[in-house]
Design a binder for this molecule. Sequence first.
Ligand SMILES: Nc1nc2c(ncn2[C@@H]2O[C@H](COP(=O)(O)OP(=O)(O)O)[C@@H](O)[C@H]2O)c(=O)[nH]1
Ligand SMILES: [Mg+2]
Length: 229
Amino acid sequence: MTPVIDVIIPVFNEEDSIGKVLDEIPPYLVRNIIVCDNGSTDRTKEVAKNKKAITVTQSIKGYGNACLKGMEYIAKLDIHPDIVVFLDGDYSDFPEEMPELIRPIVEDNKDLVIGSRALGQMEKGSMMPQQIFGNWLATNLIRIIYNYEFTDLGPFRAIKYQRLLELKMEDKTFGWTVEMQVKAAKNRLTTCEQPVRYRKRIGKSKVSGTIRGSVLAGHKILWTIFKLI
Ligand SMILES: Nc1nc2c(ncn2[C@@H]2O[C@H](COP(=O)(O)OP(=O)(O)O)[C@@H](O)[C@H]2O)c(=O)[nH]1
Ligand SMILES: [Mg+2]
């Protein structure tokens, strides 16, 4: 049986990249692509609509808020997906790698697959040093505290929809990815990593490319790891 797959893409002002991201998602693989916008002031939403993606709007800012809005949309569907894939809208990830990303779920019955940039190939300059260090620190803490093996907190990931619901995700901002991994460990989900490539984003970074974003995200990530103990 082929699984039903829906994709959630949080975006904020990504008019130059979102079209390319949507173009490169293997169309035969996915059912719905839900672009979750935080009131972009550029043409992001228009571009996404022209590419036949579903768009939802979240008036409250935040990466996690946008992902939660996407999940709300999915929850209202008559037929729920088997798998949800998360992906950034800045063209850093390689959407065409989605078949490899979901394979461990389909073939080995894993619950959660993290696309690991640390195990894959990162284009020079695609990740900031503080981001690489932050991910190293966070994943080592998760190993020490929760005894779960990850090498990255990458945005490109796939999870069984029912397991995702069980995690009762609630982070509203940059703690979203680490919250999913810590809760996966606490709930004893079966997890694995799939090496993924990563390239320099199109447009300007809103998180790791700014000092404020990096400090807030780093703080939020560490806080989330300890808070959930
Ligand atoms: N909906 C929404 N998306 C966001 C927000 N901040 C960042 N994003 C999106 O999240 C993804 C990652 O953000 P980015 O600026 O690339 O952060 P970086 O990869 O850490 O440098 C991109 O698709 C952004 O458009 C936000 O506040 N709301
Ligand atoms: Mg990015």
